[in-house]
Design a protein around this ligand. Structure first.
Ligand SMILES: *Cc1c(COP(=O)(O)O)cnc(C)c1O
Length: 486
């Protein structure tokens, strides 16, 4: 289908404004002349119906969890229950102002307090801050807490250890927090090698950042020993809990020996994500690290909820006001509608779904880690590559069937990687339909590669220059007279 962008016709209007009831303002008196527009803005002139159709057509070009399967590994694109939206829109939540006196926002503070408590229980931590607005900011906050902790003990620890399968934000956050990042190689099973790790751990180790299950979807079985190695050297353990839907109710990072955790509410706890919209990356810590947490902390004093700013060792504020409150309310709603039993079932279903898909697809692709996986798994397109079909081509071909492709070329330690995370919210029918399509694509790659190489065939644009689209996006309406320069 063609999308026609230029539908403006001079004189056509889609709105009917009431007559102005304010005095005319002489802009010349108020603004310097160089800021005043001499010619009217070239706004599109369209009818209301045209406008509605234009945006509806545009929105239909988007792929989202509400219109199709989205098995983007490590990103946990699962269903966002609509009850979360209903609750976040209640006037008592949506119309409060962050500068209102504490005693007039007791309901919001109570929710924040209880969410802190719930997340602390889920993490096995002693306290939680809800301020950070993304996973990456949570990582940075956690590492700043670690830094303050070591500094107060008078220890100069400059290195953060990160396994080679880690999410890219881990080394980035460590750098931004002022640490040197040291990459620890995984062994053949895709796990941290304890003997190897020992060579890296020392007096200068500030922390080891780990995600468990790791980004290959594999559980680090040696985690207790790994924790001992790091703790014995005086380092801390940081848990990247962005995707916690394999462990909910099964175990906690605290039980595994971790000291600091961040969660992504916009992954595990069903708040919307993508498009750079508001997220939340709460951070939990063990007792010894509480003094360094950001302020204000939401606390309960007798029957009152209060914002406590008194923490002399705190790293300070990391976000304005109370964090992204609308998102926090959505996550709270999710946790309370699921309950402990429901959250446990989330983990069991997420793991079951991933293993089911892995079993169905393993015969058709290279499956580098055949063991039982957790909430996600990786396949390699290395056999198809020999036929001249890359993982990127297969990902593009999936678009023709209405699926968002899995994460590709990550983690970096798997050649032609496809990282698939079906999530717990999909039906068996969806998993089977997706598996059938993947198997068909594997066959096409072998028998008629051009179908895959020329994909996508059905989308409005084919293969765009992704770098250019990200670096030089055209985000403003501009009347098209000549072709837009590339
Ligand atoms: C998504 C993700 C992050 C980063 O979270 P953002 O909210 O995108 O900053 C960190 N670690 C892992 C494992 C992730 O999947």
């Amino acid at each position: 289908m063609d999308l026609i962008f230029e539908i403006s016709k001079p004189g056509r209007v889609g709105i009917d404004l009431p007559e102005s009831d304010v005095d005319e303002v002489h802009v010349e008196d108020k603004f310097p002349s160089h800021l005043i527009r001499n010619t009217p803005a070239e706004l599109p002139e369209v009818s209301e119906l045209q406008l509605v159709r234009h945006y509806t057509a545009l929105s239909n070009q988007n792929h989202g969890i509400d219109n199709g399967f989205y098995p983007l590994g490590s990103c946990t694109m699962k269903y966002n229950p609509k009850i979360n939206e209903d609750v976040a829109r209640l006037e008592g939540f949506s119309r409060v102002h962050p500068y209102q006196p504490e005693e007039t926002v007791q309901g919001v503070l109570q929710i924040l307090y209880e969410l802190q408590e719930d997340l602390a229980a889920i993490a096995g931590m002693d306290a939680v801050t809800l301020q950070p607005s993304a996973g990456a900011q949570g990582e940075w906050t956690g590492l700043m807490i670690a830094k303050a902790y070591h500094a107060q003990k008078g220890e100069k620890r400059t290195k953060v250890l990160v396994p080679d399968s880690a999410h890219g934000t881990n080394p980035a956050s460590a750098s931004v927090a002022g640490f040197e990042t040291i990459t620890v190689p995984s062994n053949e099973q895709g796990l941290v090698d304890v003997a190897e790790l020992k060579k890296y751990v020392g007096k200068d180790t500030a922390a080891l950042m780990l995600t468990n299950p790791n980004t290959l979807g594999l559980f680090e079985k040696e985690i207790v020993e790994i924790a001992e190695v790091v703790h014995e050297a005086g380092g801390l353990l940081y848990y990247d809990g962005a995707n916690a839907n394999a462990i909910l109710g099964k175990t906690t990072p605290g039980q595994m020996g971790f000291d600091i955790v961040h969660f992504n509410l916009h992954k595990t706890f069903t708040t919307p994500h993508g498009g750079g919209g508001p997220g939340a990356g709460p951070v939990g810590v063990k007792q010894a690290l509480i003094p360094f947490m950001p302020v204000p902390r939401v606390e309960r004093k007798k029957q009152q909820y209060v914002l406590n700013n008194e923490a002399p060792s705190s790293i300070g504020r990391v976000k304005g006001y109370y964090g992204n409150v609308g998102i926090l309310i959505r996550a709270y709603t999710y946790i309370r509608t699921m309950g402990a039993e429901g959250l446990l079932q989330v983990s069991e279903s997420a793991v079951l779904h991933a293993n089911y898909l892995q079993k169905r697809l393993a015969p058709y692709f290279v499956s580098p880690y055949k063991q039982f996986c957790k909430h996600e798994f990786v396949l390699s397109g290395s056999e198809q590559k020999k036929l001249g079909v890359r993982t990127l081509d297969m990902a593009k071909r999936l678009l023709d069937f209405g699926y968002h492709p899995p994460t590709i070329y990550f983690p970096l330690n798997v050649e032609e990687c496809m990282m698939i995370e079906p999530t717990e919210t999909e039906s068996k029918e969806t998993l089977d339909a997706f598996a059938d399509v993947m198997i068909q694509i594997a066959k096409e790659a072998a028998e008629d590669p051009s179908i895959v190489l020329d994909a996508p065939h059905s989308t409005i644009i084919g293969r765009l220059n992704e770098t250019q689209a990200a670096r030089k996006p055209i985000l403003r309406y501009k009347k098209i007279r000549e072709p837009v320069e590339s």
